[in-house]
Design a protein around this ligand. Structure first.
Ligand code: FES
Ligand code: FES
Length: 213
């Protein structure tokens, strides 16, 4: 992941240099007040662009709100939220499967909404609140969806499970009385290589029922 950011920075630097070179060449060949005024304005714009801070490729300090706690990490700006969680934050419950937004294994909540954390840069989280599988339960007490997954044997290898649980728990938080189709829709982006889908659906519907009882 280091190379693309360096490449991007290098590209930006080249872009600035080529703009400056172009303006310098224009200054040599152009004459007249109007062109000089235009040239001055262009120089000012070029100066302004060069004053803009380029973030990275070195690591930058970030303050994140994770599971109700304020955490500080220092990571390169191209670090995804999933990488920051699993790396410096040591929250390895969030899994990385495809690392490109196709499997939903990395699902966490951002302000209560399930998102693919491999598709969001940690630097772009800013003030928003992140909830991971580690923060879903209440201390040692499992979230009802977690308990129902165990009860209904909705876990095989477990790789997709944290992401599945986060999406199912978000569904119940927003719709306490979901239909089977609602559960299917909520988990439709999740790939389970072990084929636990029917158990996941049963577990989620049972958790919803238990919440009402
Ligand atoms: S790891 Fe993020 S969607 Fe697959
Ligand atoms: S339980 Fe193995 S991938 Fe879903």
């Amino acid at each position: 992941m280091q190379k693309p950011a360096q490449t991007l920075t290098a590209h930006r630097n080249e872009e600035q240099v080529s703009r400056r070179s172009f303006l310098a060449r224009t200054g040599v060949t152009a004459g007249g007040v109007l062109l000089e005024t235009s040239l001055a304005a262009s120089h000012a714009l070029a100066e302004q662009k060069s004053d803009q801070a380029i973030i990275g490729p070195d690591a930058v300090p970030l303050t994140l709100r994770i599971n109700g706690a304020v955490r500080t990490v220092t990571v390169p700006p191209h670090t995804t939220l999933a990488e920051a969680l699993r790396g410096p934050l040591d929250l390895t419950g969030t899994k990385i499967g495809c690392d490109r937004g196709a499997c939903s294994a990395c699902t966490v909540w951002l302000d209560g909404i399930p998102i693919a954390s491999c598709m969001l840069l940690a630097i772009d989280v800013a003030e928003r609140s992140v909830t991971t599988i580690e923060g879903l339960g209440d201390g040692d007490k499992l979230h009802p969806v977690q308990a129902a997954f165990i009860e209904h044997d909705a876990v095989q290898c477990g790789f997709c499970t944290p992401g599945m649980v986060m999406s199912c728990a978000a569904l119940l938080a927003h719709n306490p009385n979901p239909s089977l189709d609602d559960v299917k829709a909520a988990t439709s982006g999740h790939l389970c290589r072990c084929g636990t889908y029917s158990h996941v659906f049963a577990a989620t519907l049972a958790a919803a029922k238990a919440n009402k009882g």
